[in-house]
Design a protein around this ligand. Structure first.
Ligand code: SF4
Length: 250
């Protein structure tokens, strides 16, 4: 086994960098990268990786991943078939104006065996996305599969902090909780992308922030397959994923 990947246990799919939101804290800068890879090819990659590594979790996210629901379903179904226990999605819950379709996608997401739905909802998302639609989507998941959905807010500092953004996010979270959808631990905003541009006054000048998503390239725990198929210097559109992983040298 490639020594740089001995501890590999997670596969991530940023499905698309296109999004229905325009959040001012967004750190996804490269919205120009197009989705070129199909759900089938991603599903096959999941199975191939899981056949060689002890993969414990798969996550789909974006942008807004449910702009490509069929691809998301195929990836989570493949993860279940490969015996991967944790199958997560991060969604803003607002990917169509058609409410009936939104509820259908909620049901099919559960059916595809996605077992952890993290709903991005907070003052930043709800500046542009209607909260009623998102609550309805979350409640539908909760109705079909009660322990599989949580709100996953972005905080400046955290719940209970005194700043205006966190106070308004806490109010939004409470609206979900009143409807029976619990709140997870969420995340604290990292200074990158739009966050640096619009929220700079909340970051301490001169302080070195550690990117929580950055990994040691010589001891990767996560492999991330981009919307155009690129991964670790190769591309699953033209190469076998296991060959790409074998050839990886940090
Ligand atoms: S934070 Fe998420 S929902 Fe908001 S614009 Fe960025 S990718 Fe879209």
């Amino acid at each position: 086994m490639n020594p740089y990947l001995e501890n590999l246990d997670r596969i991530e799919f940023p499905i698309t960098y296109s999004c229905t939101g325009r959040c001012r804290h967004c750190s996804e800068a490269d919205k120009s990268k197009k989705r070129l890879v199909s759900g089938e090819i991603c599903a096959e990659a999941v199975k191939r990786i899981a056949s060689a590594y002890n993969i414990r979790s798969v996550m789909t996210f974006g942008g807004e991943p449910l702009l490509y629901p069929e691809d998301v379903f195929k990836i989570h179904s493949a993860a279940r078939e490969a015996g991967i226990p944790k199958r997560q999605i991060i969604t803003n819950g607002c990917f169509t104006k058609d409410r009936k379709k939104s509820l259908e996608i909620a049901a099919r997401l559960v059916e595809s065996s996605c077992n952890a739905v993290l709903i991005s909802a907070d003052i930043f998302h709800q500046e542009f996305l209607p909260i009623d639609d998102v609550i309805e989507f979350a409640c539908e998941i909760n109705r079909i599969s009660p322990s599989s959905v949580k709100v996953n807010p972005a905080w400046i500092k955290g719940r209970g902090a005194g700043n205006e953004y966190d106070r308004r996010t806490a109010e939004i979270v409470s609206e979900f909780e009143r409807r029976g959808v619990p709140c997870g631990k969420g995340n604290v905003i990292f200074p990158a992308g739009n966050a640096l541009k619009y929220l700079s006054e909340y970051f301490e000048p001169g302080r070195e922030y550690i990117n929580p998503y950055e990994e040691d390239p010589k001891d990767l725990k996560t492999v991330s397959i981009e919307p155009d198929g690129s991964v670790l210097g190769g591309n699953i559109l033209s190469q076998d994923i296991l060959t790409i992983l074998d050839n990886y040298r940090g």
